[in-house]
Every structure is written in C-alpha cells, then in structure tokens.
Design a protein around this ligand. Structure first.
Ligand code: ZN
Length: 146
C-alpha cells in the first residue's frame, strides 16, 4: 500500500483509539508529510474538524505554491466542505481510500476547469489490506455522515 495512505490510516486508527470517528488524512508536499490529522468531531465537539481539515490545520499556513504541489491523502472521499477547502487552496491531487461515500463531490472536483492539470484527479487507494474500514461502521448519534 502507498505509504502515505498508510499514514492516513494510522491517523484513522488514532482517531478510533480516542473514541472518535476513524477517518485520517495527510498532506504531502514533495514526498514529505507536512500535515496530518484525523476526524476530531467527537473529541472536540467540533462541527468542522474532519480529517482533511485537521491535516490542513496541522500543516499550518503555507505558501500558495506549496498547496499547488501537494497531494492530499484521505481514508474517506472528501465531503463538500473538505472538497471546498481542496479547491480553495488549489490542491491538485487527492488520493482517497474509498470514493463511494461522496460521489457528487468527486464529480464536482473533476469538473473544476484546470483543477487537475495532470489529469490525475481523485484516485482510488484501498484500505482493506490494512484491516481497517475506511468508512465508519456506525457513526454515533448526531455525527451525520462524517
Ligand atoms: Zn469533510
């Protein structure tokens, strides 16, 4: 498995160990992880701390060119909020552990003119060999989808 997707899975495991929703993400720039995070909605009582947002937050504020050369790995396909952040910062490539959960967002990302200049777009990794479900089995009460 891709080592960066493995790192995202490690984040998901950390989230699960904390009693949270097991979704992880890492932001990779030039072959190095510059931000990592996991869903902390339960832990922080937060409406916005999805794994991708946590990874972006933990990467800190970066120059625009850094985002434009980065790859975002996530164990669950990005929701509308995280897809918006991906477009806002111009992150050109997303690798998701699965991409069945947020199909419309995948199409929307692909529809952005010039957003995927290399034609790569969202790619599908797989979480199964790691023995961890990419999608939470039963989200807790009030946890919506992510
Ligand atoms: Zn999200």
């Amino acid at each position: 498995m891709d080592p960066f997707l493995m790192a995202a899975l490690d984040e998901a495991r950390t989230g699960r160990a904390e009693g949270g929703i097991p979704i992880g993400s890492v932001l990779v720039y030039r072959g190095e992880i510059i931000g990592r995070g996991h869903n902390r909605r339960v832990q922080r009582g937060s409406p916005i701390l999805h794994a991708e947002m946590d990874a972006l937050e933990n990467a800190g504020r970066r120059a625009a060119k850094v985002y434009r050369e980065s790859v975002l790995y996530t164990t669950l396909s990005p929701c509308a909020m995280c897809s918006g952040a991906i477009v806002l910062y111009g992150i050109p490539r997303v690798i998701a552990g699965e991409k069945r959960s947020f199909v419309w967002e995948d199409k929307w990302l692909r529809s952005r003119r010039g957003f995927f200049p290399g034609g790569t777009g969202m790619q599908l990794g797989t979480c199964r060999p790691a023995g961890l479900r990419c999608v939470p089995r039963r989200p807790g009460p009030g946890s919506a989808r992510q």
